[in-house]
Design a protein around this ligand. Structure first.
Ligand code: GRG
Length: 293
């Protein structure tokens, strides 16, 4: 069996070290914001997005240093989205990754600025990544689309607009495809790009795999919010039910939702089988399906 947990842990350590180097303390007068950025981006998280970039860079014959910096840019955007999502104006959460959320620790205005700082720093990292101009340019466009109004921001908008209203299955798929899936798809595609793959069968298979694991990831996220252990998750649970949100748990029940996630995982694995010689991508998809945090 592929040692997915060992490799994921090694990747998380490398990402942590590189993120710390890419997010130095700045001018002492504004150090409060660089500290808030480091607080949000360092010291936690599964680092699944950089892992996907690393895994697809391997498949496409790409360079590890390129994958690492593009993966760190993804983590900065992910961290920004969590900081802003936790704000009182959005989800109003006080716990994230087992510690007080950024606005609780640093105040609301500083948390907004820290999120803004992480988002912009991510694009600076891509611009300076150890890669060709073509890779850096395509990666910038991919990240902008994935993070922006046609991706994550659009998904968050739909989430807010549908709050407290019944949501059809198709709308839920669209919402989650944008909110969570777009960044996961970018992670896989950026890995392909590291090896100079910008289109073709592998690129399409990566997108397909990403879409399936992205949705399965969200189905499991919904289940964990309903029946997960807050101590393991490092965040509060039960928010979806309390706010009357339509989720995979409310639509399908736990058994149905788990079966749906398992089907999506099988489809994801099938999409990349021709490229997954050592079973890394299959093991990762299975790991996401079985996760409890
Ligand atoms: C504020 C523009 C803006 C967007 C926010 C991604 C997002 C949109 C909000 C996050 C809220 C949330 C809990 C979404 C569910 C899926 C998700 C992104 C979970 C957290 O990702 P993990 O499990 O977290 O990869 P770690 O902590 O492991 O990095």
């Amino acid at each position: 069996m592929f040692p997915i947990e060992t490799e994921l842990a090694a990747c998380a350590k490398t990402v942590e070290e590189r993120l710390a180097a890419l997010l130095p303390d700045a001018d002492p007068e504004t150090a409060l914001i660089s500290q808030a950025m480091r607080y949000a981006a360092l010291g936690g998280g599964k680092r699944i997005r950089p892992y996907l970039t690393f895994a697809f860079a391997k498949v496409s014959g790409g360079d590890n240093a390129c994958a690492l910096d593009l993966g760190c840019a993804l983590e900065m955007i992910h961290a920004y989205s969590l900081v802003h999502d936790d704000l009182p104006a959005m989800d109003n959460d006080v716990l994230r990754r087992g510690k007080p959320t950024c606005h609780v620790a640093y105040g609301e205005a500083n948390a907004i600025l820290a999120g803004d700082g992480l988002l912009t720093r991510a694009f600076g990292v891509v611009a300076n990544a150890p890669a060709s101009d073509a890779i850096r340019c395509r990666a910038t466009a991919e990240l902008a689309d994935a993070a922006g109004y046609a991706g994550m921001v659009g998904g968050q908008t739909l989430d807010i607009l549908t709050e407290g209203k019944p949501v059809a299955k198709e709308t839920l798929i669209k919402l989650q495809h944008l909110k969570t899936g777009a960044l996961i798809r970018a992670a896989c595609r950026l890995g392909c790009m590291c090896g100079g793959t910008f289109d073709g069968a592998l690129y399409d298979a990566a997108g397909n795999y990403a879409d399936k694991i992205g949705l399965a990831f969200q189905v499991i996220d919904d289940i964990l919010d309903g029946v997960g252990d807050p101590a393991l998750l490092g965040k509060s649970v039960g928010k979806d039910e309390k706010s009357g949100k339509t989720t995979w748990l409310s639509l399908l029940g736990e058994t149905g939702a788990r079966a749906y996630a398992a089907t999506l995982t099988r489809e994801a694995i099938n999409a990349v089988t021709p490229y997954d010689q050592d079973g890394r991508l299959a093991s990762f998809a299975a790991f996401l399906l079985e996760r409890n945090k």
